[in-house]
Design a protein around this ligand. Structure first.
Ligand SMILES: [Zn+2]
Length: 58
């Protein structure tokens, strides 16, 4: 039974393309009616829900 060699690293999980495997993304914090950006805040990645792994490979 031949096993196709597709990826030498791992075929189970891939890094989330949004947070690059960190599980967190930087969000811009805005305040006021003018939506002035006052800084960035670290938040959970909604793509992988903080797991850092791509939920749907392929
Ligand atoms: Zn992510």
């Amino acid at each position: 039974m031949a096993t196709p060699e597709t990826d030498t690293r791992t075929a189970e999980t891939k890094d989330c393309p949004v947070c690059h495997g960190t599980g967190e993304v930087a969000r811009t914090v805005r305040v006021g009616r003018k939506r002035r950006a006052v800084g960035e805040q670290s938040g959970i990645c909604l793509n992988c829900l903080g797991t850092g792994a791509q939920p749907h490979p392929g």
